[in-house]
Write a protein that binds this ligand. Structure first.
Ligand code: GLN
Length: 186
């Protein structure tokens, strides 16, 4: 059972991918939603500043942070990646659970959206849609690089935490979500 943070942004697209994979899921919109049991968490793309603000206002921030720190598998895409980073250039760190430094809106306003294909370690070649994406400037500690595009880190993993700067939920390819579900089952 996967909980998808559904305060704002592209949460419905992740739900559609999980439906295609036959994985049960529910939306996290308020504090009482996280009382139910779940074994994985998805943070969608959207606006990290808005999500961070709502997480605190709704009282969801502390209990979710504790679950992540205790090893709950979490997958953050784009804004969701920013929520997990310990260092945020152009923003304020939110959960600060992952040893990555990110740069927000890193590709600039005009060139903010593009499509490419590249290899992800442990996954294979995947389509990558970037929308006003951040990139990972550096990883440290136990965080490892999973993918790079034009010399910029676009996917990383640290134990139970997986992040992509791109949006796998916007393409037909299911392999990144499959990879995450393997982390959940492990
Ligand atoms: N630029 C957004 C942010 O900083 C992320 C963009 C996205 O999630 N597509 O939150």
């Amino acid at each position: 059972m996967i909980g998808i943070l559904a305060l704002q942004g592209a949460f419905a697209e992740h739900a559609a991918v999980l439906d295609r994979l036959g994985e049960p899921h529910f939306e996290i919109r308020q504090l009482r939603d996280i009382d139910r049991p779940f074994d994985g968490l998805i943070f969608p793309g959207g606006e990290s500043t808005v999500m961070g603000k709502l997480l605190r206002e709704l009282g969801i921030y502390d209990p979710l942070r504790e679950k992540i720190a205790n090893g709950l598998p979490v997958f953050g895409t784009c804004a969701g990646l920013i929520l997990l980073a310990k260092e945020v250039d152009g923003g304020v760190p939110c959960f600060s659970t992952m040893d990555i430094a990110v740069k927000r809106n890193a590709y600039g306003r005009q060139l903010g959206s593009f499509f490419t294909e590249s290899d992800v370690r442990g996954v294979g070649r995947v389509p990558m849609t970037f929308i006003r994406a951040p990139y990972i400037a550096s990883v440290s500690g136990d965080a490892e690089i999973l993918a790079e595009v034009d010399g910029r880190i676009v996917a990383a993993r640290e134990g139970n935490q997986l992040v992509t700067a791109f949006h796998p939920e916007l393409n037909d390819d299911l392999s990144i979500h499959r990879y995450f579900l393997e982390m959940v089952r492990a």
